[in-house]
Design a protein around this ligand. Structure first.
Ligand code: URA
Length: 431
């Protein structure tokens, strides 16, 4: 086999066999295929696409390039979720204790934030002492004992994806649906759960800007998961405004705690309960999705799942006084209020710009090496469709002096007030 023949075949639009894809992926991982040939291959895939079967082979080959976690020693059905990334997306922090309280096992490996999107690990680290690096055996023991654990990736998960992603990043081949789907699923399939619900975001704050592209990505990821023996569901959720009110690490943990106490924002309650409803159904805990959704929402509103978060934080060495008194998460941070300069309704919120504003304050990282300030961020007091009068507070900036002027300017432009009360459809569809 020769790399040139495989590149030519894809360039001319023909589907590749598993052996041909394997030749490229394994060859590249072992440094037998140079960057320039892999770049040409990726560009051919970018233009000609891949069948579901090819994308599945690609995902499985990348999964098998590294460690694959075996969770068989954990009793019960293991559930997982994945978000394609958004602004203010703190769903995992609410969902993990919720589905665990309702009887599913959550053995979750999460990631860090990059760019305008946040990451669960950074958020959890705003609780002093919370350990994200624990050994695989300890991780499994914790899930068997208390039903949940959220940690960073252990071992060397999908190294082929890591190497290929770095190349895609500099060859304008990131935005390819089969490459994104295979990349995400290679890591999900390596983490060992039985049932996975994907939260595929669309809109200005998301990777996929349109419902059409999000649908294609979600359908392909569900097919890859099903073809690999996983129970799959994908929910398309609207990222044309941030989720909830708070953006920034400690602030998002704060909002997640409030949500687990039954005092959360409606959109966060709904997105979490929808995903929970699907996971409970896939796990066979509820007979129907509707039953799963209703019990999830009721459990949140009744504040019954909060003790599960406390149990997890305690088991992973975190200071539970921060969960009991979440004001401590933002203690000492300075505040600036942004006021409305005209009256009307909130017509649109540029979630991408809001994510950038939070990053400028120090809440996110521009490159993987940057550190984050866990106490800064934004609290958007109003959502699309809300009425607003001149002088009302539309947002609060939590800061440590860095980036305040720039963030204020971005915020003023990102939130537009008009005369129309526009509707906002939060859940687009389920695949
Ligand atoms: N996230 C991933 O893990 N991979 C992609 O290709 C895009 C987003």
């Amino acid at each position: 086999m020769r790399a040139t023949d495989i590149i030519e075949k894809k360039r001319d639009g023909y589907p590749l066999s598993k052996d041909e894809i394997s030749f490229m992926i394994n060859g590249y991982t072992k440094n037998l295929i140079p960057d320039y040939q892999m770049s040409a291959f990726l560009m051919a895939v970018f233009f000609k696409g891949m069948t579901d079967e090819e994308a599945t082979h690609l995902a499985l080959l990348m999964r098998d390039s590294g460690d694959v976690v075996n969770l068989d020693s954990i009793k019960g059905i293991k559930v997982d979720k994945h978000s394609t990334g958004g602004v203010g997306d703190k769903v995992t922090l609410v969902l993990a204790p919720l589905v665990s309280y309702l009887g599913a096992k959550v053995a979750k490996m999460s990631g860090r934030g990059l760019g305008h999107t946040g990451g669960t690990l950074d958020k959890l680290e705003s609780i002093p002492g919370y350990k994200i690096e624990i050994g695989l055996n300890e991780f499994k023991e914790q899930v068997n004992k208390i039903g949940l654990a959220v940690i960073g990736q252990t071992g060397d998960v999908a190294p082929a994806d890591k190497k290929i992603y770095a190349l895609r990043d500099v060859t304008a081949t990131v935005d390819s649906i089969p490459l994104i789907a295979a990349s995400i699923m290679s890591k999900k399939l390596a983490s060992g759960s039985d049932a996975i619900c994907l939260d595929v975001k669309f809109g200005n704050g998301a990777f996929m800007k349109t419902v059409e592209d999000a649908t294609k990505l979600a359908t392909l990821m569900v097919n890859i998961g099903n073809l690999s023996g996983k129970k799959m569901r994908a929910v398309l959720t609207n990222m044309n405004e941030p989720l909830g009110h708070k953006i920034g690490n400690g602030l998002e943990v704060y909002e997640a705690i409030e949500t687990l106490k039954g005092k959360g924002p409606e959109d966060l309650n709904i997105v979490t309960s929808v995903i929970s409803g699907h996971l409970l159904t896939l796990a066979g805990i509820t007979k129907t999705y509707e039953e799963g959704y209703d019990i999830s929402l009721k459990t949140l509103k009744d504040g019954k799942a909060l003790p599960k978060l406390i149990e997890m934080v305690e088991a992973q060495g975190g200071d539970i006084s921060y969960v009991k008194d979440p004001e401590k998460l933002i203690e000492g941070t300075k505040k600036v209020e942004i006021k409305a300069t005209n009256s009307g309704y909130i017509e649109s919120i540029d979630a991408l710009a809001i994510g950038h504003a939070a990053m400028i304050l120090g809440a996110g990282r521009a490159t993987k090496e940057d550190s984050v300030d866990l106490k800064v961020g934004l609290d958007l007091r109003l959502k699309i469709g809300d009425k607003v009068n001149v002088g009302d507070t539309i947002a609060i900036i939590y800061h440590h002096d860095k980036g305040v002027v720039e963030a204020s300017k971005i915020l003023e432009k990102a939130i537009s007030i008009g005369n129309k009360k526009v509707a906002f459809k939060l859940i687009e569809k389920v695949i």
